[in-house]
Design a protein around this ligand. Structure first.
Ligand SMILES: *[C@@H]1O[C@H](CO)[C@@H](O)[C@H](O)[C@H]1NC(C)=O
Length: 591
């Protein structure tokens, strides 16, 4: 089923606390803001905790290092050093090893399941998202990787399949967001990187035309699902009549680029309307709950996090600003508003080693009906995209000059830019720390210790973070898996391109080696592993399409030279499809 796939992409839905306390009734502004004011006791509480551990041994050292920097402009930004600076030359042997891995994955799929939406590498079988038949999920999602990697023969076969076999005449609900980022984004990227092969634009347009009716809701926020044959929006069964915030707000790069290519406003106007609704629905202090109500165009009181269902809302605010060649300030303003709130409310430091992470806010309704917010120290693997996102925003939105140096100099960045750069580097360090497992791969969800933890429960666990519910000899919890996700290597790629510092390639290579060792299926393909802390590993029979589209592409680009998809000319959609930056002829109409 499509739905469960969507959850696997941006969630872990089964085990995630989505924290909806909304009863679906209109929440008036007063109630909303009184809910938010409940932040303040929480902040006080955490300030108290912080003060407490600040005065304990090792953390004090970390804290004092920070305090001594306050108020000064640092001469040297963190995240690179002259001794590890190597510039942006390609590392050809390593890059070629990534291409070999891509062929190992793709050729197995092509042999066993060509044209099917998804691939199961252990059973050598394919499957479709729905019984109505495939929509080219894997083929379309992978094809621009082939173009970039120079895999001409594979590319031509995939193109041939798209020309003769691909059909969107499918009478079943498909996830609006996943279809946009993987299929529409894949087609648009293939169009650009093939030098304008009209086949891809034709298919992209056909798909978008079938999808446009999803925006026909009272507010203009999209339905979460779309029936491609009937051309109508569909509600997801298990989410009442809500749409996740990330899913509504992660369509804009694709629809805007399509409008630019076709000179038809309609695609952009529909996607733009969503942004206008989001802006007017702003809930103090600028953070986004993970569900919205398309009938009323408002946030539903539900969890706030940078992980599943929240993540790419923040990503696309920044990337719309970048896509439009930094000519649309409304997105910069919305992004900066959100990132300020993230710093104020979600960013935390771990107890012993001072690792920066982002916590979640879960709303709870007490018997009197009032809402309070519980801060939960858990971070999805998905959040690791945000490290690179912050580095990118520091040098794009937070720069005082048009083109920052590689690596950036402190005086080239604004105060906000320096703050975001530093947080991005620290968050990346945390993401690397979560790879400190028996396999060298990070789990789907990491929990961080807080002072109120019963330390006995987590005893024997070294360091500051742990995988919740993982016990020796028992079936591993959902949190313990690694499903070939890209977010850490995505951020490593961005960090490398912005600094030329070898350490990011070294980390990326270590991750690639761990994937080779533990996820590679000898007879072809790569598989999810169910517990990153258990060797020998146990495979799950699934190779997500984002392994071909994102993980291997970002690794390939990490070892390519700086002129291959330069960050000054391209913006990556959230599925790693690089789309060109342009000055739009169709402007944003809201402010
Ligand atoms: C997936 O859908 C396509 C197109 O309808 C069909 O040819 C193929 O057999 C399906 N694959 C599976 C595994 O059902």
């Amino acid at each position: 089923m499509q739905e469960s796939t969507a959850r696997k992409r941006k969630a872990g839905f089964q085990t995630q606390d989505n924290g909806i306390v909304d009863d679906g009734k209109q929440t008036d502004r007063r109630q909303n803001s009184s809910g938010i004011s409940k932040f303040f006791p929480l902040i006080l509480l955490f300030a108290a905790f912080y003060a407490l551990y600040q005065y304990s041994g090792p953390t004090r050292r970390v804290a004092s290092r920070w305090l001594s920097q306050e108020g000064k402009t640092p001469r040297h930004l963190p995240g690179w050093s002259t001794s590890t600076y190597i510039g942006l030359e390609a590392d050809t042997p390593k890059r070629d090893a990534i291409v070999e891995a891509f062929r190992h994955a793709w050729l197995a799929y092509e042999r066993d399941a060509m044209g099917d939406d998804e691939y199961h590498p252990v059973s050598h079988k394919g499957s479709n998202l729905t019984e109505a038949g495939g929509i080219g999920y894997t083929v379309v999602d992978s094809i621009d990787s082939m173009l970039l990697m120079g895999l001409d023969a594979e590319y031509l076969r995939a193109r041939d399949w798209i020309e003769h076999q691909l059909s969107f005449e499918r009478d079943a609900p498909f996830n609006t967001f996943e279809t946009t980022i993987r299929v529409l984004g894949g087609l648009l990227s293939a169009y650009h990187h093939s030098g304008g092969d009209s086949l891809f634009l034709k298919r992209a347009r056909e798909l978008a035309d079938r999808m446009l009716p999803v925006f026909d809701t009272p507010s203009g926020l999209p339905h979460p699902m779309v029936n491609l044959q009937r051309r109508e929006g569909v509600w997801a069964k298990d989410d009442k009549e809500f749409v996740s915030t990330a899913e509504a707000s992660t369509l804009q790069l694709e629809f805007r680029y399509l409008s630019e290519l076709t000179d038809e406003d309609i695609y952009w106007r529909k996607a733009e309307r969503v942004m206008a609704v989001l802006k007017s629905a702003r809930q103090a202090p600028g953070l986004a709950s993970i569900f919205m109500d398309p009938r009323e165009g408002r946030f539903v009181t539900s969890a706030i996090r940078l992980g599943s269902r929240g993540d790419s809302y923040y990503e696309y605010l920044l990337k719309q600003f970048i896509q439009t060649d930094r000519t649309e300030d409304v997105y910069r303003e919305m992004y900066e508003d959100a990132v300020q709130a993230i710093h104020d409310h979600l960013i935390q430091k771990s107890l012993q080693t001072g690792l920066t992470y982002t916590a979640e806010l879960i709303p709870e309704r007490n018997p009197r009906g009032e809402i309070s917010w519980r801060l939960t120290p858990k971070q999805d693997f998905l959040v690791c995209f945000f490290a690179g996102n912050l580095l990118l925003s520091a040098t794009r939105a937070g720069s005082l000059v048009d083109d920052v140096s590689v690596p950036p100099r402190a005086e080239e960045l604004s105060d906000v830019g320096r703050r975001d750069w530093t947080t991005g580097i620290e968050l990346l360090r945390t993401c690397m720390a979560t790879h400190d497992t028996k396999t060298g791969l990070a789990p789907e969800i990491a929990h961080f210790r807080i002072p109120s933890d019963n330390l006995e429960v987590v005893q024997g666990v070294p360091g500051d973070w742990y995988i919740k519910g993982a016990r020796v000899g028992e079936h591993p919890p959902y949190d313990a898996r690694y499903m070939l996700r890209p977010e850490t290597v995505e951020s490593l790629f961005i960090a490398f391109r912005l600094t030329g510092d070898k350490r990011y390639r070294d980390h990326g290579w270590a991750i690639f080696q761990a994937i080779e060792k533990h996820c590679r299926v000898p007879s072809g393909g790569y598989a999810t592993i169910v517990n990153v802390d258990d060797v020998p590993v146990q495979h799950e029979d699934k190779m997500e399409t984002f392994f071909l589209s994102e993980t291997l592409k970002y690794l390939f680009l990490l070892f390519s030279d700086g002129d291959t998809i330069p960050l000054s000319k391209y913006v990556f959609n959230t599925e790693a499809h690089p789309l060109p930056i342009f000055t739009p002829s169709i402007r944003t109409g809201f402010t």
